[in-house]
Design a protein around this ligand. Structure first.
Ligand code: ZN
Length: 149
């Protein structure tokens, strides 16, 4: 595929997740770890709820407001990490951080990232990296809280 087609595909993924976000809306239920994070430089404000059972992320909810990169990324994050073990999820989160800093990642991790690959272009815009990673950091914090229980 010519690279401009790939860029268009990536833009479509971001806009689809912005307009039709997955797992949006908080549940405020027992069993979910709530994490709030914000990114004052852009005005992004994100809440994430992560449900972890027997070492597996069984549900992720997200709600917040901010730019299209931040809000769409929260949707993609929730879809990408749901159903993963804590160890798998942490590996995928690390790969996302590497990718977004334009560092090489393995083919295996590219596959595991799935739609989240669409954010690879953000590496060219350092000011937007915080937007793209905000919800991923929130989920990472929920994982570390669970592991430190
Ligand atoms: Zn932002």
């Amino acid at each position: 595929m010519p690279s401009h087609d790939i860029e268009q595909l990536y833009r479509d993924v971001i806009m689809d997740n912005y307009k039709n976000p997955h797992n949006k809306g908080l549940l405020h239920q027992i069993g979910y770890t709530p994490i709030h994070m914000n990114n004052p430089s852009c005005g992004d404000d994100m809440n994430v709820e992560v449900k972890i059972e027997n070492g597996v992320i069984t549900d992720i909810r997200q709600d917040g407001h901010g730019c299209s990169i931040c809000c769409s990324s929260a949707s993609v994050m929730s879809e990408t990490l749901k159903g993963k073990t804590l160890e798998e999820a942490q590996k995928i989160i690390d790969a996302f951080y590497q990718m977004i800093q334009a560092n090489p990642i393995s083919e295996e991790m590219e596959e595991a990232l799935g739609e989240a690959i669409a954010y690879t272009g953000v590496s060219q815009f350092p000011a937007r990296i915080k937007c793209a990673t905000l919800s991923w950091k929130a989920c990472e914090k929920a994982i570390s809280e669970e592991e430190n229980k």
